[in-house]
Design a protein around this ligand. Sequence first.
Ligand SMILES: [Ca+2]
Ligand SMILES: [Ca+2]
Length: 86
Amino acid sequence: MSKDVHNLKEVMKLGFVVSAVLIKQLKDGFQITDIPAFLASEELRAAVAPAVEGITEIPGEIADISLVEGMELGIFAVNEVRKLIL
Ligand SMILES: [Ca+2]
Ligand SMILES: [Ca+2]
């Protein structure tokens, strides 16, 4: 059975969550309190564990990525970017 891309997706998700939390905190400029607020972010905390778990399988996932999986990741990325912008 071919590997899926869920570990890759979870790492991408973490990247998008980090961006979203940073944007939220830095929208009104940088204050020192942004750092603890960033670290305390529930959304960020929820995204870290799945991203770290199985991270070593990502090269294998990338190596046997299928067309459908590529499209799935593309759609996922577009949706996440849209969330960042809107
Ligand atoms: Ca994972
Ligand atoms: Ca701020």
